[in-house]
Design a protein around this ligand. Sequence first.
Ligand SMILES: [Zn+2]
Length: 58
Amino acid sequence: MDCVYCGSDLSAYDPVYVEETADGERVEVGGFCNYACLSAHIEASELVYGDACEWSPE
Ligand SMILES: [Zn+2]
């Protein structure tokens, strides 16, 4: 398995696995090589889905 964000081989890291709940079902999002990649992926997702998010930079 590769890091969702940067594509590195997770066998070289202590990976962080993420699951989401969608329509009551647990869906595995994937693995990240560390929390830096996880947070970067979340920030990228917030940029993509920003219109539907209540988060504000102010
Ligand atoms: Zn990564």
